[in-house]
Design a protein around this ligand. Structure first.
Ligand SMILES: Cc1cc2nc3c(=O)[nH]c(=O)nc-3n(C[C@H](O)[C@H](O)[C@H](O)COP(=O)(O)OP(=O)(O)OC[C@H]3O[C@@H](n4cnc5c(N)ncnc54)[C@H](O)[C@@H]3O)c2cc1C
Length: 419
């Protein structure tokens, strides 16, 4: 009987396994991939703040630093989200976290798909198509975007129909006509339905990808030809031998409950990806860390104390403070504490999800006007006078003002937690 079983070794499951093994617990982990991290489902951008928040050190999987992110409007003008980050080998990051967990004591099984979990009086029994795999007192569900185990433990998972497809190519810089800058660029245009194109510079390569509700391949091919002057067929193989990569991304916000007795849902499995950027590594790692705190408490080796970076009661003021203290009381059952603290994060609020979606409802003209107003400035430095000028010339925008301010507040959360 293990203390903890972790299903999935992406960044969320890897982080949970690492922190629990470090705390001295016996942990067994499974991943259906033959080698953790391969294939990649990612644009391979990560904010530096993700490492600060999780205390995970930068490694040689980080291949280039960028100064920040720019949301580019159809007219090319941009709004900045200036949190610095890295272009990463995503397979390297996932392997690094999971390998560290193994080093700390986790027993890892790769190439094994957990098909079933049951509970008996002692704990969880995990099985594959070939029979029983392991028993564990506590369970971490880190299976990524497609729900299977989540629903078996009685929780509601991401709805498959609400997943957004993503696709990415890599090009040698010499093969494209495109400026090499120290920024991650996101091209928003209603042409890329409910989504955007990203261009992430690496050392001698550009990662170019798309998320869109429909026509993803057509949209990406169009961008390559029209904006980078390159035939999509010129894309190159990745370091691990794939000519393209992609996958599905939760886009509608978190699942209603993050835990049930002795079982914790983390990362994409909990629907945590950012509704604007669709980035989910940062919050995935964070949720793995929170689950580890709750489980340590349950197993008697830790207390229900949030890590210092988290939004805890002391950051809230006035009437909310008392309510929050009560809600996160250290005498709570561990899984209830996990569910509550997750629900108190700025990135799990329904308000944030709703505000974030607004940006994809704007038409081209409005996006261009926002670009005109900001013209490269950071989202937080709204040039009020310029905005006034644009509003006077475009009075039909006035009723939109409330919507635009809501988008601005969702960008605040995104700047910190979006990648
Ligand atoms: C095209 C694309 C681009 C993206 N770009 C970015 C980006 O640039 N930055 C960013 O932060 N995020 C990005 N994301 C989102 C990010 O990849 C996810 O949010 C992140 O991977 C979530 O981590 P996770 O550990 O929850 O899930 P995953 O990384 O999906 O890991 C889940 C793991 O569980 C395993 N698994 C699943 N079911 C089972 C089972 N039954 N048994 C055993 N193993 C199982 C899988 O093999 C997988 O390894 C992108 C996503 C896509 C699809």
């Amino acid at each position: 009987m293990y203390d903890v079983a972790v299903v999935g070794q992406g960044p969320a499951g890897g982080m949970a396994a690492l922190r629990l093994s470090e705390a001295g617990h016996s942990v067994v982990s499974f991943d259906r991939k033959k080698r953790v991290g391969d294939p990649v489902h990612c644009g391979e951008g990560l904010g530096k703040i993700a490492l600060k928040h999780t205390g995970y050190p930068v490694g040689d999987w980080a291949i280039r630093e960028v100064e920040g992110n720019r949301i580019r409007m159809p007219n090319g003008k941009s709004v900045g989200l200036m949190s610095p980050g890295y272009s990463v080998h995503r397979w390297g990051l996932d392997q690094s976290i999971s390998d560290d967990a193994v080093e700390a004591g986790t027993t890892r099984h790769e190439g094994i798909r957990v098909t079933k979990v049951n509970r008996d009086k002692d704990g969880w029994i995990l099985s594959s198509k070939d029979g029983e795999l392991a028993k564990a007192k506590q369970l971490v569900v880190a299976e990524g975007r497609v729900p299977n185990i989540v629903t078996q433990i009685g929780l509601k998972g991401n709805e498959k129909l609400r997943l957004l497809p993503g696709l990415q190519y890599k090009f040698k810089k010499d093969d494209v006509d495109f400026p090499d800058t120290d920024y991650f660029d996101f091209y928003i245009d209603p042409r890329y339905a409910d989504g955007y194109i990203w261009v992430f510079p690496r050392n001698d390569i550009f990662n170019v990808g798309i998320v869109a509700t429909n026509g993803a391949k057509a949209g990406l091919d169009y961008f390559c030809k029209e904006h980078m002057s390159v035939d999509p067929d010129k894309r190159i193989e990745s370091e691990i031998g794939h000519r393209q990569n992609g996958g599905l991304i939760p886009r509608d916000g978190p699942i209603p409950f993050f835990s049930t007795k002795d079982a914790y849902v983390v990362g994409d499995a909990a629907g945590l990806t950012n509704p604007i950027t669709k980035g989910g590594v940062h919050v995935g790692m964070l949720s793995g860390q929170y689950a580890a705190i709750a489980i340590q408490n349950e197993l008697g080796t830790g207390e229900l104390v949030p890590p210092s970076h988290s939004v805890n009661c002391h950051e809230l003021r006035g009437q909310y403070w008392e309510k929050c203290e009560k809600a996160l009381h250290p005498d709570l059952e561990s899984h209830v504490w996990y569910d509550r603290i997750m629900k108190r994060q700025p990135w799990t609020q329904q308000k944030f999800v709703d505000q974030s979606k607004l940006i994809y409802s704007l038409d081209k003209r409005i996006l261009n006007l926002i670009g005109e107003i900001y013209d490269g400035n950071n989202y937080s430095k709204l040039p009020w006078l310029k905005m006034l000028g644009v509003l006077i010339k475009n009075p039909d925008l006035l009723p939109m003002a409330g919507k635009l301010l809501k988008i601005k507040s969702s960008l605040k959360v995104t700047e910190t937690y979006g990648w």
